[in-house]
Ligand binder design. Structure first.
Ligand code: FMN
Length: 182
């Protein structure tokens, strides 16, 4: 069974991307994968600083997250768009993960990208950057992605998509991810 780790690039309590990530995890389970949602808020780490790294090494929470990622075949990442790019939280987390020397948590993984934004474009510009960052670290990113524009109006009180077409599109993407994992 394919194992997919799911997280969002926001730790905000009412994060739209966490909500989307959780729907993604449920869709993965329905597609026959083993999916685990984690909250990056549970992996606090300082802003990357070379002097800090030289003095103390990679923070324990980054190593813990790196070990967890290493155990999984693939990632489903819900990425907020901040100023047309990825969130500071997601970039900082990836930067620290890339400094682990004992093993390379991200290299060789497969990832699918999703994004939720209250704006009209659904976070597409952030995913463009995230794709490039992950490719640099040896992650194979699926060409297909899922965007949720006007995300603040997209979920019902039950936490599900109001528009069933969006549920279908997300299901299709995660099915592709599962297929890609063989
Ligand atoms: C500093 C900052 C910059 C932002 N820039 C963008 C942007 O470029 N495009 C966009 O669609 N939304 C932008 N937003 C709005 C976020 O998409 C919105 O706050 C979203 O809900 C954040 O994700 P979350 O709900 O998962 O925390 C920005 C928000 C912040 C705080």
């Amino acid at each position: 069974m394919s194992r997919v780790l799911v997280f969002a690039g926001s730790a905000r309590q009412a994060s739209l991307n966490k909500q989307l990530a959780q729907l993604g995890a449920a869709a993965l389970t329905a597609a026959g994968a083993e999916a685990r949602f984690i909250d990056l808020g549970d992996y606090p780490m300082p802003i990357y600083h070379g002097d800090l790294e030289a003095a103390d090494g990679v923070p324990p929470k980054a190593i813990e997250l790196g070990r967890l990622i290493h155990e999984y075949d693939a990632l489903l990442i819900a990425s907020p768009e901040n100023n047309a790019s990825v969130s500071s939280l997601l970039k900082n987390t990836i930067d620290w993960l890339s400094r682990i020397r004992e093993f390379t948590p991200l290299e060789g993984k497969t990832a699918a990208l999703i994004a939720a934004s209250p704006g009209a474009f659904g976070g597409v510009r952030g995913l463009y950057h995230l794709r490039a960052i992950l490719n640099t670290l040896g992650v194979e990113v699926l060409a297909q992605q899922f965007l949720l524009p006007r995300a603040h109006q997209a979920f019902g009180a039950d936490g599900e998509f109001i528009d069933p077409k969006q549920a279908e599109q997300l299901a299709k993407l995660v099915q592709r991810l599962v297929q890609a994992l063989g």
